[in-house]
Design a protein around this ligand. Structure first.
Ligand SMILES: [Zn+2]
Length: 226
């Protein structure tokens, strides 16, 4: 059962920083999502697309149980998994809503190890498995502001990566895909993914806060060979 807006506002009063009234509630109705999902591809939108630079809108919670909203979430997972990403925000599939998804699997760890990361590196980065999770209308709180700097990439800046400083530990308050309120405190790599995705909802990309000189094309070495 969907929570009514009035119930959510009451719940929201107990959440730190959760303010439904101060944000514009979505004009994205299920019908417009259908049109978009029918025409869009399974590729993430790329830097330069204005939707990646706009502030996403708060989801009207009465739409969360609609088939169209569920279709949008499925599309997000499809695009993320196809690109082997760790997280994705709705604007990356062309929908300006405050929704993101995250997933970190054993296959992701294997891929990192194949690229040369050691168990020690993985521990240092705070990498941990995360089952598929969806966060709707998220609010982020920094718990430990110690900055950890690691290399990250983005499905919307395909082929590049850079070192980005991020807070060590965060807490996120949101609704899950069943419209239930959730609070998740996490650190290390999952905290990094969450901060990256929440940035997307504000129209920010990692290139805005990266250590600029670390920016690189991932296959730059290929250009040094004849
Ligand atoms: Zn991204």
């Amino acid at each position: 059962m969907a929570l009514s807006p009035s119930k959510l506002i009451k719940l929201g009063s107990s959440f730190d920083g959760f303010c439904l009234k101060c944000r514009q509630v979505s004009k994205w109705l299920p019908g417009s999502l259908t049109t978009l999902l029918n025409m869009d591809s399974l590729r993430a939108r790329q830097a330069g697309d204005p939707i990646l630079r706009a502030e996403a809108e708060t989801v009207d919670i009465t739409t969360i149980h609609s088939p169209e909203f569920k279709g949008m979430v499925e599309r997000m997972f499809k695009v993320m998994r196809r690109a082997k990403g760790h997280g994705i925000a709705a604007p990356q599939i062309g929908v300006g809503l405050r929704v993101f998804a995250i997933e970190f699997t054993g296959q992701h760890i294997k891929t990192l190890k194949d690229k040369g990361l050691s168990d020690k590196d993985i521990k240092r980065m705070g990498i941990a498995l995360v089952p598929p999770r969806v966060f709707i209308n998220p609010e982020l709180r920094i718990i430990d502001s110690t900055l950890l700097a690691f290399r990250e990439a983005c499905l919307s800046v395909e082929g590049f990566s850079a070192v980005v400083p991020r807070a060590k530990e965060i807490e996120i308050t949101a609704l899950d895909r069943e419209a239930r309120p959730v609070t998740w405190r996490t650190s290390g790599w999952p905290a990094r993914i969450v901060q990256h995705e929440v940035d997307h909802l504000k129209g920010n990309l990692y290139i805005d806060c990266m250590l600029y000189k670390s920016f690189m094309k991932n296959d730059w070495r290929d250009y040094t060979r004849k």
